[in-house]
Design a protein around this ligand. Structure first.
Ligand code: AMP
Ligand code: ZN
Length: 105
């Protein structure tokens, strides 16, 4: 999507602090850190919301979240983490490119 801010991050058109990247996944620091290490995990391929993902895409995304979250928490000295998804405008989804919040606690 040409006007999607996270697609622009994927394409390198907007700078970001990358936490992890492979051919399908990108994880980067949230610009407004709720806690140190607050990270967003996305699939590089655009989708509007979590509820639109295929089973395969959910597996890819959430497997990455599960792998990354404990490592991010450990890196910032946190004992745990929250995993959050805002699905739809009414739920507080501002960016319409599916993303998962990892918030170290
Ligand atoms: P949500 O309310 O779930 O749509 O959250 C969107 C998140 O994206 C917010 O926590 C923002 O701080 C974050 N965000 C917006 N623009 C950027 C950006 N350019 N780089 C990193 N995070 C961003
Ligand atoms: Zn996008």
């Amino acid at each position: 999507m040409t006007d999607c801010i996270f697609c622009k991050i994927v394409k390198g058109e907007i700078p970001t602090l990358k936490v992890y990247e492979d051919d399908k996944i990108l994880a980067f620091l949230d610009i407004a850190q709720i806690n140190a290490g607050h990270t967003l995990v996305i699939l590089k391929e655009h989708s509007d919301a979590f509820s639109e993902l295929s089973d395969k895409a959910v597996a890819e995304l959430m497997t990455s979240v599960r792998t990354l979250a404990p490592k991010i928490a450990k890196a910032v000295g946190a004992e745990g983490f929250n995993v959050g998804i805002n699905n739809g405008k009414a739920a507080g989804q501002i960016i319409r490119h599916t993303h998962v919040h990892i918030i170290p606690r």
